[in-house]
Every structure is written in C-alpha cells, then in structure tokens.
Design a binder for this molecule. Structure first.
Ligand code: ZN
Length: 263
C-alpha cells in the first residue's frame, strides 16, 4: 500500500496519492499543471489506475488538478459540487489561479457526489467521511483506516491560522476534531496546507486555533457597537506567525465574528 503526500510550491498545498494493488485514489491533486503532472508521473511509475479524484472542499487550489485525470471519477460532497459550480460560474478556476501566477491543468468537473457522514468506497479504499464546516461550509475530511491516515482539508495547518467563513461553525469543527484526535487518533494527519502531523501535533494546533477563535469571540462580544467590536477583534493575536499576504484573512475572521454577533 502507498500513501504519499505531495507539496505544492504555492502555500505548501497538500495532495495525496493513496494506492493499493492496481488502483489509486487522489485527494486534492494540486496546484500547477506541472506539479499535477508530477503526481500523474508517479501514478504511471507505480503502474496503478486512478479510479477516484476526491476534493476536501471547492476552493480553487484544491480542485485545480481534477482535469489532469479525465478517466477517474471526480467525487465530492453535494455541498462541494454545488459550491464548485456556483464559484466557477462566477470566476473560472483558471482565472483564480492566474491571479496567484499559476497555470492549471484545466477547469474541474463533477462526476459523482456523496453525503458526508457515511463511508465512501473509492477504488480499493473504504473511506470514512466527516463534514467539517468552518473554513468553508463544504469542508470534508477523509479517513482511511487501512492507511491509518486522516486528511482534514484546510484545518489544522502549522503554516496558517483559521480562515473562517463562519466562526461559530469553525469552533464546532475544532471541538469535534479535538475529540476525534483524543478518542480515535490516526497515525497520520494531513492538513490541506503545510506539513503532515501526528495526532498529538494536530491536537495541539486544534487547541491553539480554538483558543484563538474563543478569544476573538470574547473580544467581539465585549464591543458595545460593531465598530468597537471590530477594533477589539483586530487586536486579537493570531495563534501562530503567518505569511504577510494573510493579513486580509485575519480581518475576514473579524468580519465573520461580527456577523456571528451582530448579524
Ligand atoms: Zn486551501
């Protein structure tokens, strides 16, 4: 059995190649056309056939490699499929990628969907699927018992901090992940960005991120007006250092917390 992580030069984005026997499954093959071609090259080298390409969520950096695997079933949750279609109608994935100076394999497609919470047979693997709303409404984790591995999409990253579309949902997701990591820990945790972690390392990140989101919540809740609350929210420190270009994401978290508090 094979479980290999590939890392993109853009945001240390993770791609996973899982293989057993003559079949393989890819999770979030990314990011540039060249990087995805390297993954396809490894697939050829192993002499396996990719049956499924899975996506942890519909953000462009996680679906931009699907086109390089036309014979595999591009499979994702109904929510991810719907979000992907809506986002692509708004702005093609290639255009979003071009803004980050990246050329991609092509526009993604959807061949099949599933409901998170039920196991999914993907090629040789029976994968458990877990809904993880928070970063986006459609986040999904994949757990492979045979490989003792959990892919969590854009949560639990050592090189980022929470990017929350909903601060309330993100707190719930982190609380659930902490429980999972404590009670039923996998050997390997693969975040969507940054290095692979042990369950213990992942739990420490989850706890720090949850503490940050509660601090943000407390700061915003104490603000009598939206403006005062925004000021207090912006003063909350991030759980770890992050790249300069992520200042916008910090401000977006404050806006999400303001929405939670004031509507
Ligand atoms: Zn991402």
């Amino acid at each position: 059995m094979v479980a290999e992580r590939f890392e993109s030069a853009l945001w240390e984005t993770s791609s996973l190649l899982l293989a057993d026997g003559s079949e393989a499954v890819l999770i979030d093959p990314a990011v540039s056309a060249d990087e995805v071609a390297r993954i396809a090259g490894r697939v050829s080298e192993l002499g396996v056939r990719v049956t499924h390409v899975l996506a942890t969520h519909a953000d462009w950096d996680h679906v931009c490699g699907i086109a390089a695997f036309p014979d595999a079933a591009a499979t994702m949750t109904e929510a991810t499929a719907a979000r992907l279609v809506a986002r692509t109608a708004e702005t093609p994935v290639a255009e979003r990628a071009a803004r980050s100076g990246v050329e991609i394999a092509g526009e993604p497609r959807v061949d099949g969907t599933f409901t998170p919470g039920a196991a999914l047979q993907a090629g040789p693997f029976l994968l458990e699927t877990i809904a993880l709303p928070g970063h986006t409404p459609d986040g999904t984790a994949f757990r492979c018992r045979e490989l003792d591995l959990l892919a969590v999409g854009d949560h639990l990253s050592t090189i980022e901090f929470p990017f929350a579309s909903s601060t309330a949902a993100y707190r719930g997701t982190l609380a659930a992940l902490i429980e999972l990591l404590r009670r039923d820990p996998p050997a390997r945790v693969v975040p969507g960005h940054g290095p692979e972690l042990t369950a213990r390392e992942a739990q420490a990140i989850a706890e720090a991120d949850l503490a940050y989101l509660w601090e943000l919540h407390a700061a915003v809740t104490a603000g009598a007006t939206r403006e005062k609350a925004r000021e207090a929210g912006l003063a909350v420190e991030l759980p770890r250092p992050a790249a300069d270009d992520l200042a916008g994401a910090k401000a977006a978290n404050v806006e999400a917390a303001l929405d939670e508090r004031f509507g």
